[in-house]
Ligand binder design. Sequence first.
Ligand SMILES: Nc1ncnc2c1ncn2[C@@H]1O[C@H](COP(=O)(O)OP(=O)(O)O)[C@@H](O)[C@H]1O
Ligand SMILES: [Mg+2]
Length: 234
Amino acid sequence: MLDVAAIDAFYAESHILHQVSLTVAERQRVAVLGRNGAGKSTLLKSIMNAGTTVRGGLSWRGASIEKTKAHERARKGIALVPEDRRIYTHMTVLENISFARFGVSRRVALKEARDVIASIPMLSTLGERMGGELSGGQQQMLAVARGLAAKPSLLLLDEPTEGLAPVIVEQMATDILARCEAEGIALLLCEQNVWFARKCTDHVYVIDTGRIVFGGSWGDFDGNPEIADKYLAV
Ligand SMILES: Nc1ncnc2c1ncn2[C@@H]1O[C@H](COP(=O)(O)OP(=O)(O)O)[C@@H](O)[C@H]1O
Ligand SMILES: [Mg+2]
């Protein structure tokens, strides 16, 4: 579905990603692990065309999207939940979610937002709460819910668990998995939390200084413990 073929990515003169290749199949869930500064956010921004200059091959369902603008990529079914969340603190949870749904009437968007909230236990009682009144974990789940509400074919998640307590991380994994499976949504998840990444995905890449240094199943990952030691240990 998504094919990233040997891309290089830049911020102005800074060359950040080097020959990065990865694929995500329809309905597949894939993790990218890497330390702070490894290039995870840059990779997701490059897939979305949101702030980087990219050279190399990017295709979506067999067709090149190298020249496709961010909003057109969104329309094709790619949604990014960025690391800075950008939830609206002065809107309710319902408004935050319905706001993300374009191309349908406000009434339909609100109904769909209610359905999304109802299907996510972490948010199910919080529809009328203002975004700014939520806890950190609830805000992060709201950002994820907004990504899901756009009904993407592929959801790009940038470290959704950052700073969250383990019990919240566990609930978030359950909620994301259930929703992706029910809706047939593929996932590309950038994370430092190995437990969460393992729970949510069945294929894993490791990125370090802008290069992919490992790709395989979680079984392969466990069979090569030096990968985690070398590239993920703090
Ligand atoms: N807007 C930017 N301009 C220049 N360099 C950046 C910018 N954003 C990130 N970088 C650099 O790109 C590298 C990768 O960063 P990033 O993709 O944010 O890593 P990660 O998400 O894995 O922590 C880092 O060296 C970082 O300093
Ligand atoms: Mg990042």
